[in-house]
Design a protein around this ligand. Structure first.
Ligand SMILES: [Zn+2]
Length: 51
């Protein structure tokens, strides 16, 4: 799972070692803290893998 913010550079992926639950929780935390819209993808885009 890969989640990213539409309004700033925030993003988080299970490829970084987080569990899906942690990614979801942190996405919610980001939304609550900033009011930003967070989108999610099931698979990381290639650019995220390269980074
Ligand atoms: Zn944001």
């Amino acid at each position: 799972m890969y989640k990213y913010c539409l309004e700033c550079g925030w993003n988080l992926s299970t490829a970084e070692g987080y569990s899906e639950r942690e990614v979801s929780e942190r996405a919610i935390e980001h939304f609550v803290a900033t009011g930003h819209t967070v989108e999610s993808l099931r698979l990381p885009p290639p650019i995220a893998i390269e980074n």
